[in-house]
Design a protein around this ligand. Structure first.
Ligand code: HDD
Length: 757
């Protein structure tokens, strides 16, 4: 096979110049400039960063010019007839600046508008030649550059990160055979089975069209009206109402390709495949009350978390998992592999972990990279192909189509973040904003004038060929009979949850339906829930002050001439009754890396007890911040000064994973007098977080509403059950606190429901 020409040789040189230029900037440097230098020099280089460098500009140390390169003398004042006179039309500098500004905005994505991106690399553990000929899935030597964009679905570009919503998990691999995009979500199934229903689903969940309310929320009438009439959504609704819809961090959620795809090996043999991403920090979520608070305190919480972690070198890591299903097994599951409302239980087909994705570099420019990346399910490489999943098939149209409006024309693939790392040659030409200068007379094929270039590529040399699936069918507008089991996996998911997770689903449904004004919609939803789990429906009905309905709502997604009976749900049981991996209870809980811990302190704090815990946390990779009544420094009991990171005005317990109260009797007395400090602890307790209090600060603990509810015996066993530790702050204390934080949350605290805050 002809080895692919690597464009970025020039880029590599330019990038080196760019980096060394940045390193050589004139001194003395501002602190921020020095930070930029450091970042540039630290950027991991790969073929994609090299190609991006060709298009990257840095104004540090440069003179200002217009867009035509004219040095600008005065960018502060417009050209006027007299210093108090009218501005002149002649002022091309004013016009250029304002015109560009006037056109800075592009349409936000119609869904997944709110997102955050990061660069990284993918490294394969073992060649997968048995299943696929895809080059990047056979190359264990080289890392494949990637760009990932995480997103929420329903909210606008400026909406909160903490909405109850599905999260997008879109990964682009810049492979030597072109871009491969895995455009997935953090949930393995979807609301609908056929892409033709996507506009209906999205119109229902987006803010209502008359008053554009509510923003980034599914808790309103139109969404639940649609869902209550669409039983195929039942399984996804269980996921969306679970804590999976409230991730603690993009770095702590799973990803799924959702559809069944195909892998094809060099012999042309195909297997079905489901793609998974497994985060190495485990799968963790926040509480709903906490999410709502974070939305006010820091609506950029997830974006900031990802950015800060990467800046601090705590790179986000996920393993790529594959569930491979031989073609012969297509019909052995009792559900249809082409139905995107179904997952393949890991008990039936284990997930093989085949490689690791590491997100190690923040974008240089949000708009240029994160906003302009144009993902598409149809960006595939030889060795990977589609199936007939009707949701997948419709997506194949939608993604390119939407970019034409969003990015303004057919040349969006030339935007630097969208360019593959291999050369592009074809006979497509012109259009708005064309960048490439195509030489030669021919832009058609066949041609004799130009040697018939560019040449098509033989399959044996890497030319893409579609999998030759045999199809013999009538052309029909129809839904397969095998798609009508709407409830078995919704039940499987619910039954697989821990008790606290089940309670959260009940609460979420009660909250969402509590926001629905139309009684008939709530009633229909209860009818739908009854088909998933009677106990769940009964509890939600109780919370809503309603009775279970006598009538079960049917499926209303029926064609005009369709027989309603033929479209109703088929009652079935899942072959697997419980799938423990669907619960987050058993996820990895072995690290505090990048977790945020608030250390409450005040003047008179015991410096030793503060430092011993802070050092121990930082040694394990956690981030500890000192929170005090005011900014600046506090003076410890021994006279040393301790830097304060935030005051109670800007900090809040919801922005941390755990709280530690440093010792010092006087400091504890000051904190006790500070209502915000007591609230900090109460709220952390409410959200089931790890709390540790140094022995002589016990009086602050006693000021909380929860201290009387504790056993008062801070043995390891009690502490790991209750999540509250008090005692002498020493090495053992710190180690126990770290163990508690790694547990993530003490959800059992919610059981007696004793928590106001
Ligand atoms: Fe989609 C964006 C994921 C069904 C139409 N989708 C989009 C993004 C993600 C997904 C992660 C954001 C990509 C980015 O960060 O730029 N979408 C999914 C998943 C689906 C799904 C996992 C079901 C399994 N989507 C789906 C259907 C349709 C679309 C059925 C249309 C028929 N999706 C779009 C879109 C978007 C999009 C309108 C908006 C912006 C964009 O594509 O680039 O084309």
């Amino acid at each position: 096979m002809k080895s692919p020409e690597r464009i970025p040789r020039r880029a590599a040189i330019q990038r080196k110049e760019y980096i060394s230029m940045a390193k050589k900037k004139p001194s003395p440097k501002m602190a921020t400039e020095a930070a930029v230098d450091k970042k540039l020099a630290a950027q991991p280089e790969n073929i994609k960063t090299e190609s991006l460098a060709q298009h990257t500009a840095d104004a540090a140390g440069e003179k200002m010019t217009t867009n035509t390169g004219l040095p600008v003398n005065d960018d502060q004042n417009s050209l006027k007839g007299g210093d108090r006179g009218p501005s002149l039309l002649e002022d091309f500098i004013l016009r250029e600046k304002i015109t560009h500004f006037d056109h800075e905005r592009i349409p936000e994505r119609v869904v997944h508008a709110r997102g955050s991106g990061a660069h990284g690399v993918f490294k394969l553990y073992k060649p997968l030649a048995e299943y696929t000929k895809a080059g990047f899935l056979n190359d264990t030597e080289n890392e494949t550059p990637v760009f990932v964009r995480f997103s929420t679905v329903a909210g606008s570009r400026g909406s909160t990160d903490l909405a109850r919503d599905v999260r997008g998990f879109a990964v682009r691999f810049y492979t030597q055979e072109g871009n491969f995009d895995l455009v997935g979500n953090n949930m393995p199934v979807f609301f609908i089975q056929d892409a033709i229903k996507f506009p209906d689903l999205i119109h229902a969940v987006k803010p209502e069209p008359d008053n554009e309310i509510p923003q980034a929320a599914s808790a309103h009438d139109t969404f639940w009206d649609f869902i209550s009439l669409t039983p195929e959504s039942a399984h996804m609704i269980m996921w969306a109402m679970s804590d999976r819809a409230l991730p603690r961090s993009y770095r702590m959620m799973e990803g799924f390709g959702v559809h069944t795809f195909r892998l094809i090996n060099a012999e042309g043999k195909a297997s079905f495949v489901k793609f998974h991403w497994k985060p190495l920090l485990g799968v963790h979520s926040v509480a709903w009350d906490e999410a709502q608070n974070i939305s006010g305190k820091d609506p950029d919480f997830h974006r900031r978390d990802l950015w800060d972690a990467i800046e601090a070198g705590a790179f986000a890591e996920y393993e790529l998992g594959l569930q491979i299903i031989p073609e012969e097994d297509e019909f052995k599951f009792g559900f249809d592999l082409l139905d995107a409302t179904k997952l393949v239980p890991e008990e039936l087909v284990p997930v093989q972990r085949v490689g690791k994705l590491t997100l190690n570099r923040n974008p240089d420019n949000f708009f240029a990279e994160t906003e302009q990346i144009a993902f598409h399910l149809g960006h595939i490489v030889p060795g990977i192909d589609f199936t007939n999943d009707p949701l997948l098939q419709g997506r194949l149209f939608s993604y390119t189509d939407t970019q034409l409006t969003r990015l303004g024309g057919p040349n969006f693939q030339e935007i630097p973040i969208n360019r593959p790392v291999v050369p592009v040659h074809n006979n497509q030409r012109d259009g708005f904003m064309r960048q490439t200068i195509n030489r030669g007379k021919t832009s058609y094929g066949p041609n004799a004038l130009g040697n018939n270039d560019p040449q098509q590529v033989k399959a044996a040399d890497g030319g893409f060929t579609s999998y030759q699936e045999r199809i013999e069918a009538r052309k029909v507008r129809a839904r397969s009979k095998s798609f009508f089991d709407h409830f078995s996996q919704a039940r499987l998911f619910f039954n697989s949850q821990s008790e606290p997770e089940k309670n959260h689903i009940t609460d979420a449904l009660s909250f969402e339906l509590g926001k629905v004004k139309m009684l008939a919609v709530r009633e229909r939803m209860l009818g739908l829930l009854m088909q998933i789990d009677k106990g769940l429906a009964t509890q939600v009905a109780y919370n809503l002050g309603m009775h279970l309905p006598k009538e079960i709502p049917g499926n209303r997604n029926i064609p005009a001439d369709g027989d309603p009976a033929a479209y109703q749900s088929v009652q079935a049981e899942s072959t697997v009754a419980v799938s423990p991996v669907l619960s987050m209870a058993g996820t990895l809980k072995d690290t505090v890396k990048s977790r945020k811990v608030a250390i409450l302190a005040a003047d008179g704090a015991d410096a030793a007890s503060l430092r011993i815990v802070k050092d121990a946390l930082e040694a394990e990779g956690a981030v500890a911040e000192v929170i005090a009544p005011k900014m600046g420094v506090i003076t410890a009991a021994d006279g040393t000064q301790i830097q304060v990171d935030q005051s109670f005005l800007t900090a809040a317990s919801v922005l941390f994973d755990a709280v530690y109260v440093a010792g010092g009797i006087n400091a504890a007395a000051s904190l006790e007098a500070e209502a915000n400090a007591v609230h900090f602890l109460n709220e952390a307790f409410k959200h089931c977080k790890a709390i540790a209090v140094s022995g002589d600060a016990h009086q602050l603990l006693e000021a909380t509403y929860f201290s009387k509810k504790l056993s008062g015996h801070y043995t390891e066993e009690n502490v790991l059950r209750e999540g509250v530790l008090a005692g002498k702050a020493d090495k053992k204390f710190s180690a126990l606190f770290i163990k508690m934080i790694a547990q993530h949350r003490f959800w059992e605290r919610e059981k007696p429901r004793l928590i106001p805050a």
